[in-house]
Write a protein that binds this ligand. Structure first.
Ligand SMILES: N[C@@H](CCC(=O)N[C@@H](CS)C(=O)NCC(=O)O)C(=O)O
Length: 303
């Protein structure tokens, strides 16, 4: 089979083999870490700090969901939500160490270890971590049955929608070694459709689940806020005319002003301005004392 249809003026060229085989070094930005196999690639134990909750993460949108939640819980007075946030540098392949893969067999950040229970509990998948912390501290999920269900609707919407934003749009707009108009068109259209879904819902709702800020907002904001502000994937927000969704932008700007959100977005961050980076967080005072860490990159890469 040959991809491309001359009658539609589409480019041909790739002769699709009957069975796919991996060619290392495909020219993509993540060719040094991507492989078609799972499992640990080397032995490395994870560090453990003094707090009940140990987070292993990086300040990408999926990682930021969790650090926002933890900072919000602490701001609410839940001192048991104190945490150590260790940096797992996914550009260096830290996620393939044996200790991390024991916590998350999918080898992706974020992963959490709750050591406050008689047997430590591992939690992976950002949506699952948000739900776990919300149940543990009985916070940031509305009590009302209808609003509670609505929060979960948006939480699961985000988890399902994110791969279109990151793996789809972000990848082909920002990382792919060649710009493929077909792929960029397809994913730009889908991400704009998702912006419109949010915009239409937020006309009538202050937050995603209604009147109360919840884990649904914490899941959605890091992705859609970052894309719309050109904070990831280069000039993605400009390209997608993100400013043309006023209700979505009102919600985004409102959440950006929350002190816990400002703190959460700094944790394990290694890109952007030095003053907004806190590579590891072990104590609340780290925000005052340990910013301006060395930035390894200002590229805005997020796989
Ligand atoms: N569905 C997962 C996605 C996690 C994910 O894709 N994490 C990325 C960073 S945002 C990662 O660790 N990438 C490293 C890799 O793909 O090797 C979640 O929501 O937690």
């Amino acid at each position: 089979m040959t991809v491309g249809d001359p009658s539609q003026n589409l480019p041909a060229g790739y002769e699709v083999p009957r069975v796919w085989s991996w060619e290392a070094g495909n020219g993509g930005q993540f060719q040094h870490i991507n492989r078609p196999t799972a499992g640990a690639r080397f032995d490395r134990a994870l560090p453990v700090g003094e707090h009940p909750l140990q987070l292993y993460s990086m300040g990408t949108p999926n990682g930021v969901k969790v650090t926002i939640m933890l900072e919000e819980l602490l701001a609410l007075g839940h001192s048991d939500a104190e945490y150590d946030a260790w940096l797992v540098n996914i550009f260096d392949g830290d996620q393939f160490g044996s200790g991390f893969v024991d916590l998350n067999p999918n080898a992706k950040i974020p992963a959490l270890l709750d050591r406050s229970t008689s047997e430590p509990i591992r939690v992976f998948e950002s949506g699952s971590i948000l739900l776990y912390l919300s149940r543990k501290f009985d916070a940031f999920l509305p009590k009302d049955h209808k609003a509670n269900t609505e929060a979960l609707n948006w939480l699961f919407w985000q988890v399902g929608a994110a791969p279109f934003v990151g793996g789809g749009f972000g990848h082909f707009f920002s990382y792919a070694p060649i710009h493929i108009k077909y792929a960029i068109d397809r994913y730009a259209m889908e991400v704009k459709r998702q912006f419109d879904v949010l915009d239409r819902h937020l006309v009538h709702h202050r937050y995603l689940a209604g009147d109360d800020y919840s884990i649904a907002d914490m899941a959605v904001w890091p992705w859609y806020g970052a894309v719309s502000q050109n904070d990831i994937y280069g000039t993605s927000g400009t390209f997608l005319s993100a400013d043309s969704y006023p209700h979505f932008q009102r919600w985004r700007a409102d959440i950006a002003e929350r002190p816990a959100v400002k703190r959460g977005r700094m944790v394990n961050r290694i890109i952007g301005k030095h003053s907004e980076q806190l590579r590891e967080r072990h104590h609340a005072s780290d925000f005052d004392n340990h910013t301006h860490d060395d930035a390894s990159s200002d590229s805005g890469l997020v796989p």
